[in-house]
Write a protein that binds this ligand. Sequence first.
Ligand code: ATP
Length: 229
Amino acid sequence: AREGALFSMAGVVAGYADCTVLRGVDLDVRPGEVVALLGANGAGKSTTCAVAAGDLPATGGRILLEGADVTAWPACRRARAGILLAPEGRGVFPGLTVEENLRTWLPDPGPAYERLPKLGERRAVLAGALSGGEQQLLALAPALVRPPRVLIADEPSLGLSPLAVRQVFEVFAELRALGVALLLVEEKASEVLAVADRVAFMRLGRVTWTGPRSEVDSERLTAAYLGVS
Ligand code: ATP
């Protein structure tokens, strides 16, 4: 891992039953840094998220949080230590109001409304009646009030309108400013590249290239997705 890494994966192997998906993943994130994990469909990005959060065990390699080996820690223990996986499907309770959803995380939702006034206006609305973008913001609101140390988000822009995508990425920028280490997984590169400090390309269960955002141009993107890099 690079010096100053808060969260790192080294040679991580994992899969499902007899099917090995991750074949030695190397990845690290510093505090206050956004790493974009990019790659084609099926490269293993979602599996990497699951293993990072502890939802799927690693069968090889090591996962470190601030130098502590968390490879064998279950998801709940990693969550308590500050590794947060922004859940797919937004992770809100559709039958509860915005206010009730926030109260499952926060004793006082006030600070969440201060940061995201739109949620305040919608506090009495059922979460299931919100737009996809509002649901994503609702799911991220507790992180703004009580920032995790590491936030992992799997395709946070999936299915959102362009405006909602912008709002969600504003939240990520705010979390970065608070010193959170962010690992953002996307299949399409455009939105996440605007906020990323570093980029990691994934292919066939490995990270095949990683470097600063400034070194990523259209040629490198094409090469990474076509597998010629
Ligand atoms: P996608 O954008 O499709 O999610 P990805 O890069 O996130 O792509 P993964 O979802 O990690 O890739 O999938 C990598 C491989 O693991 C694929 O071949 C997929 O079929 C397989 N896989 C994913 N989830 C499971 C599962 N629950 N059981 C068995 N195989 C799975």
